[in-house]
Design a protein around this ligand. Structure first.
Ligand SMILES: Cc1cc2nc3c(=O)[nH]c(=O)nc-3n(C[C@H](O)[C@H](O)[C@H](O)COP(=O)(O)OP(=O)(O)OC[C@H]3O[C@@H](n4cnc5c(N)ncnc54)[C@H](O)[C@@H]3O)c2cc1C
Length: 346
């Protein structure tokens, strides 16, 4: 055996074998992700329901960091580039963006075929109507910790506006993560505030997560409470956390009270609800983007199995379900393909 043959068998062959299996693995992965993407297209499930990643193919190096970071398995790598292969599975926690080593991922709302209007806000979260502020998902950022941070910061800005002759300094509408944080901040600053929540309990969108869902978030700073160091938490543990926070801080939330109208007045606003009216200098809208599903007012609709938003069609596969109401053709198609239960009225 000459030197050349020895070098070939010792170094080049093992290297070639490693390369071969590496490329084979990537080829198979790409093929499987192409199939998943094709299934999503065929089922009409190409529209993500919430904030979602968009990949810049010029920057993406196909490292696969986003794949590992996405517990919902919504992302794939096709031909060396990241892509959202199961858009309907994406729930918008944004871990993929933070895991990308080359910043090739942007988190966006809406798609080319389904635009989403995002309000224009000043850096202090005030809208173009002086005195009306927006925090949380309504303003375009769909993450729990961002909603909390914005609720806190918006309240700081509201405090800076000072007091007026109105009975309230601020009316906070919605008790999801943004509204909870704002309510705590209002108490911290000693402003005269009232928090309205149309549902019978707090939590907003987090209350409607599927049972046992793992929530991905990051440490957050809650006024009156301090730093809460959570990264991964179950839906149930998160709900317990909100409950503990509200009890410890002894803040009051008016449950079952829905804001119906806001009227401009000389010294601020008149907030009209299903129960009464509030005169206030400022209003904080932390109402999220879930909207207000019209309910049927029938016995049993408060049960956990009745839902107003289709999050994961798979979970209803093989179940006997009742669908009430119909949306666009796209939604109907989606319901027909996936056995699902949803009450969704226009
Ligand atoms: C399935 C799913 C999974 C998710 N997973 C994650 C995750 O793992 N990590 C993460 O960081 N984010 C996640 N998100 C996103 C996160 O839940 C939202 O970004 C966050 O809850 C937004 O908080 P918010 O306070 O702005 O709004 P919301 O939580 O939507 O709260 C708004 C509140 O306002 C109330 N309201 C609305 N209108 C009125 C009215 N007229 N009068 C009175 N009250 C009103 C509503 O009842 C609601 O309680 C997920 C979202 C979904 C849908």
């Amino acid at each position: 055996m000459n030197d050349q043959t020895i070098i070939t068998s010792l170094y080049i062959l093992p290297l070639a074998l490693v390369m071969f299996f590496y490329l084979l693995r990537h080829h198979r992965r790409s093929k499987s992700h192409k199939n998943t993407w094709r299934e999503s297209v065929e089922s009409g499930l190409t529209e993500p329901a919430t904030i979602h990643p968009v990949f810049d193919p010029n920057i993406c190096i196909g490292s696969g960091g986003c794949l590992t970071a996405c517990p919902e398995k919504a992302i794939g790598i096709i031909d060396g580039k990241g892509i959202l292969i199961s858009p309907a599975h994406c729930i918008g926690h944004g871990s993929c963006a933070y895991s990308c080593p080359v910043n090739a991922i942007k988190l966006v709302f809406g798609t080319a075929s389904r635009g989403v209007e995002i309000p224009v806000l000043k850096p202090n979260f005030e809208t173009n109507v002086p005195g009306i502020f927006i925090a949380g998902e309504l303003g375009g950022m769909g993450l729990i910790r961002k909603a909390v941070e914005q609720g806190r910061q918006a309240m700081d800005a509201i405090v800076k506006r000072g007091r007026s002759k109105t009975p309230h300094d601020v009316v906070i509408i919605g008790a999801g993560p943004a509204g909870i944080a704002a309510t705590l901040a209002a108490k911290f600053h000693g402003v005269r505030s009232v928090t309205l929540e149309q549902e019978e309990t707090f939590g907003g969108t987090t209350l409607h997560y599927p049972r046992g869902k793992i929530v991905m978030t990051a440490p957050m700073n809650l006024p009156l409470i301090g730093q809460v160091n959570i990264k991964e938490i179950t839906k149930e543990a998160l709900m317990k956390l909100w409950e503990d926070v509200i009890t410890r801080a002894a803040v009051k939330i008016n449950f079952g009270e829905r804001m119906e109208k806001i009227e401009h007045q000389e010294d601020g606003f008149l907030v009209v609800t299903n129960r009464g009216t509030y005169q206030t200098r400022s209003v904080l809208l932390s109402i999220g983007r879930r909207g207000t599903p019209r309910k049927l007012d029938v016995p049993g609709e408060e049960l956990e199995k009745v839902v107003y938003r289709l999050i994961d069609p798979e979970q209803y596969k093989g179940c006997a379900v009742l669908v009430v109401g119909g949306g666009t053709r796209h939604w109907r198609r989606r319901w027909l393909f996936q056995v699902s239960l949803t009450l969704r009225l226009p």
